[in-house]
Design a binder for this molecule. Structure first.
Ligand code: C2O
Length: 342
């Protein structure tokens, strides 16, 4: 059977890597709405974060949205505080599985990774649009798979901006080039070599090593299963490496980006995941990848608060087509690794 949506009333403390716990439980609402695909309106186009600076009006909206999200009361499910807690409770053991109280829900290291984060961003994007009164607003993606985006995008490093987060590795500010295989230490490699390595990594993870659903999506995870059956390629590398690369190594757990409970406090998190999500779209649209047909995947459920503070139950099956969710990725952004066969 598929993993059911959590029962919010059973939410408990979440575990930090250092052994302490933190309360990440969301406000409780008893009414749950089942998600319905929206009517087709204009599509939201998610553009590359490095292109946002060229469009001052767009950047102003993005900053305004996050400023307003930060300003909401902490108990408003749409506040940045609560948005970060969503990740914390779904990823650090905040929820027991319904029907298996000794097992936690874990959306990483398994086939729920892509769909869970797609839904998470979907609601985050809708909340931003609601706060600025522009339902067409789209979340930019951190284009770390192409040389033009292999840095922390500048729009996130302006210390006076709502997009800034203090808890990042000071040694990894632009123009420091991103290492998609980062394991915790910086090595001395010239930029041209690093770019080549990064592109090769992308090709391997997306193409040459993505030869089955399990390798791309991660291992099956159904109701009653132990967490962590195994992550898919992209989740492991570069997704995890980028989290580690951004987080501040002087913080106890590599906060904010370096650990689950705090990653969502950094606005960069959502643009990082926008590109992870884009990789899923590229897998299907450009590489012939298909959906998993198993109903334990298709009918797996999550709960999120929407832009109107309604608690909504979603299923993986409704996440498979981004156009049905109202968004696409900017097609003009080059995908150089498609040709980076080593
Ligand atoms: Cu839920 Cu980037 O992890």
């Amino acid at each position: 059977a598929p993993v059911s949506a959590p029962d919010l009333t059973t939410c408990g403390p979440a575990d930090k890597p250092d052994g302490s716990t933190i309360d990440c439980c969301p406000p409780i609402t008893t009414t749950i709405i089942d998600f319905k695909l929206p009517d087709r309106g204009p599509l939201r186009t998610r553009i590359a974060a490095q292109d946002v600076a060229k469009n001052p009006a767009y950047l102003a909206k993005y900053k305004k949205a996050i400023e307003l999200m930060r300003a909401l009361p902490d108990d408003d499910p749409r506040s940045l505080v609560q948005q970060a807690k969503v990740h914390c409770s779904y990823c650090d053991g905040g929820y027991p599985q319904v029907g298996y109280s000794d097992l936690e829900i874990q959306v990483h290291f398994c086939w729920l990774f892509f769909p869970f984060h797609r839904w998470y961003l979907y609601f985050y994007e809708k909340i931003m649009g609601e706060l600025i009164g522009d339902p067409t607003f789209a979340l930019p993606f951190w284009n770390w798979d192409a040389p033009a985006g292999m840095y922390i995008p500048e729009i996130f490093t302006d210390t006076s901006s709502s997009l800034y987060d203090q808890n990042r590795n000071t040694a990894h500010q632009p123009p420091k080039l991103l290492d998609l295989n980062y394991g915790g230490t910086d090595d001395d490699v010239d930029d041209a070599t690093r770019i080549k390595e990064n592109l090769t990594t992308m090709y391997q993870q997306m193409v040459s090593k993505a030869t089955s659903h399990r390798l791309f999506y991660g291992e099956p995870y159904s109701a009653g299963d132990e967490p962590d059956p195994g992550a898919g390629n992209i989740e492991t590398t570069p997704h995890n490496n980028i989290h580690l690369w951004v987080g501040d190594p002087t913080q106890t757990n590599g906060e904010d980006m370096g650990t689950f409970y705090s990653a969502g406090r950094d606005p960069l998190f959502y643009s990082h995941h926008s590109n992870v999500d884009r990789m899923w779209s590229i897998y299907k649209d450009k590489l012939g990848g298909t959906d998993i047909e198993n109903t334990d995947w298709l009918d797996a459920e999550f709960l999120f608060y929407d832009e109107k503070k309604n608690l909504v139950r979603v299923k993986v099956r409704d996440s498979l087509d981004t156009k049905k969710l109202g968004y696409v990725y900017d097609e003009k952004v080059p995908i150089p690794w498609l040709k980076s066969k080593p």
